[in-house]
Ligand binder design. Structure first.
Ligand code: NAD
Length: 274
């Protein structure tokens, strides 16, 4: 597994397993499958209502805690500093964990500087190893860092072959914030798994369209967390480290960018701050 070194020196696997919309009744089994085939980074969130099952799978796996990188995300509108701290401790209680490797603000919550101060203090107190944001676009991201002592380690944003977000990727590079892709397989939409351009590139390497889509992101240093509840697809999605896209192949995939997210909104539409 290839790692990304975050701006605090901590190493995060460049490929992990996401559990959005994985039903709580099967989450423990799915996470155990993912761990059994080699995933060592897990992405959950309070909003997904399956944090407890992710924690249960980590314990049931028998894999030492420090060998698994675990992310969750705060979801609470306008919490005070004290409420934000309590909120994070709620995730730890549900997951029965002593610490999280990465905690994100799931989207701009309205008083992000208070949440951020709570996150910074939770790092000092040993509850969080790294802190970051998700769905923060230039306005909300820059408003946050203006008052921050710690620059976000990660910004988890929608990005995939159809929505490449090059300006955001460049902005994050300037700040030293790693980009993590949510929906790296475009949530299975736009015919991604049988897309002719992706299949053509894949055929040249004996790989699927899904593997080309993931490789395209990884090759730019973007962290990916594909989701599947099927073990064989989990294996397929991890099998992306034994080939490389040429510059021409990268250029061919770059041409698939529509400039719009899956809802058909431009990035600017997500720059809201309730
Ligand atoms: P994804 O891009 O990972 O696509 C998942 C879909 O692709 C599923 O329908 C799955 O069955 C299918 N699939 C996966 N691998 C396949 C393969 N090899 N062949 C064929 N089909 C395959 O979508 P996602 O789950 O929305 O995103 C990944 C993760 O990102 C989530 O699980 C979650 O952890 C995170 N996420 C975060 C946010 C956020 O706001 N921060 C939003 C959405 C998702």
């Amino acid at each position: 597994m290839q790692n990304v070194k975050l701006n605090n020196g901590i190493e995060m696997p460049i490929l992990g397993y996401g559990v959005y919309m994985v039903d709580p009744s099967i989450t423990e089994r799915c996470v155990l499958d993912a761990l059994s085939v080699g995933y060592r980074s897990l992405d959950t969130a309070q909003y997904y209502e399956n944090e407890a099952m992710v924690g249960a799978a980590v314990r049931a796996s028998g894999i030492p805690r420090d060998e698994i990188f675990i992310t969750s995300k705060l979801c609470q509108t306008r919490p005070s500093y004290a409420q934000a701290k309590e909120n994070v401790k709620g995730s730890l209680r549900r997951m029965k964990l002593d610490y999280l490797d990465l905690m994100l603000i799931h989207w701009p919550m309205g008083n992000d500087s208070d949440i951020w101060l709570a996150f910074e203090d939770l790092v000092k107190e040993g509850y969080l190893r790294s802190i970051g944001v998700s769905n923060f676009y230039p306005e909300t991201y820059e408003a946050l860092v203006k008052n921050a002592s710690v620059i976000p380690a990660v910004n988890q944003i929608e990005t995939h072959v159809f929505y490449q977000q090059r300006p955001m990727v460049e902005l994050m590079a300037r700040y030293g914030t790693a980009v993590e892709s949510w929906g790296p397989l475009a949530e299975g939409l736009n015919g991604i798994f049988s897309h002719p351009a992706l299949m053509e590139v894949g055929n040249a390497h004996g790989k699927t369209a899904a593997q080309v889509a993931l490789r395209f992101l990884i090759q730019q240093g973007i962290i990916v967390i594909p989701k599947s509840v099927h073990k064989e697809r989990m294996i397929q999605n991890m099998d992306v480290f034994d080939f490389e896209l040429s510059e021409d192949e990268m250029a061919a995939v770059r041409r698939l960018d529509t400039g719009h997210n899956l809802e058909g909104w431009p990035a600017d539409a997500l720059r809201y701050n309730p």
